[in-house]
Design a protein around this ligand. Structure first.
Ligand code: NAP
Length: 249
């Protein structure tokens, strides 16, 4: 039987990288999209190959339609028709109360997290519909607990962008049933570079972790486990679900 083929957007670092490596360990061939971290993407590809998978790194800005279509075509060219997609690439923009936020920060976040993610979902739908004979086809979008908490004082625009991901997940799951399942994972605070690099607040994890009922941040691997479940046939009757992985938050 042919191996499932997975594309992960933003697969070079953090949660996306953990998903790529775990998927390779579980029998998927993996296309690792990245924006600028070529070295990190190459390391993820090497880890996937070490697990016995075929893997390829594909540069592309997931806010740009032409890059999105090119990355999907290149993934198919390298690994064969896609069976699974994880719509993971996302940013926050520098944290601040909304009253002090620049329009450019808000716009860039919405470009990547909303317009880009919807275009990625559209390409995923096209690719998985075209691969009509494959069993187990599934899409997982990466939302956030921020969608339902609101991100007050930090990034309400980011919280709003993840609210859009939840709506996208519900609607697209109905459009693509019964053949293709569409779900989302909503992580709580997770130890990745996003806090230092994207949010500009490297101390954020240490500050917020004690406030989480589980009293710690998640690891990227704990989020990846849930994504892998939703991708798998173990979740064969799960669609249109937003699975919160927030340690009680
Ligand atoms: P991260 O460590 O900052 O990694 C972000 C990844 O996305 C990198 O691989 C990056 O590529 C890629 N990326 C960013 N903008 C891109 C673009 N325009 N096109 C293509 N790739 C792009 O972030 P993370 O914490 O793993 O976050 C992953 C997802 O989880 C995001 O959607 C985020 O909103 C969500 N999330 C995270 C947390 C958390 O606490 N960490 C909580 C809830 C939800 P380069 O390496 O090339 O820069």
């Amino acid at each position: 039987m042919s191996r499932p083929v997975l594309l992960v957007t933003g697969g070079s670092r953090g949660i996306g990288a953990a998903i790529c490596v775990m998927a390779a360990q579980r029998g998927y061939d993996v296309a690792v999209n990245y924006q600028s971290a070529a070295k990190a993407a190459a390391e993820v590809v090497a880890a996937c190959e070490a697990a016995g998978a075929k893997a390829v790194a594909l540069q592309g800005d997931m806010a740009r339609e032409e890059d999105i279509t090119r990355v999907f075509e290149a993934a198919k060219e390298a690994l064969g028709p896609l069976t699974h997609v994880v719509n993971n690439a996302g940013i926050t923009g520098r944290a601040s109360p909304l009253a002090q936020a620049d329009a450019a920060v808000i716009r860039t976040c919405i470009d990547v997290n909303v317009t880009g993610a919807i275009l990625v979902a559209r390409e995923a739908a096209r690719a998985l519909i075209a691969n009509g004979t494959a069993r187990g086809r599934a899409i997982v979008n990466v939302s956030s607990v921020a969608a339902t908490i609101g991100g007050a004082g930090e990034y309400v625009w980011y919280a709003a962008s993840k609210g859009a991901i939840d709506s996208l997940t519900l609607g697209l799951s109905k459009e693509l049933a019964p053949g293709i399942r569409v779900n989302a994972v909503a992580p709580g605070i997770t130890e990745t570079d996003i806090h230092g690099v994207s949010t500009g607040d490297a101390a954020r994890v240490g500050r917020i972790a004690p406030l989480v009922p589980m009293q710690r941040a998640a690891t990227a691997e704990e989020i990846a486990e849930t994504v892998l479940f939703l991708l798998s046939d173990a979740a064969s009757y799960v669609t249109g679900s937003i699975l919160r992985v927030g340690g009680g938050r």
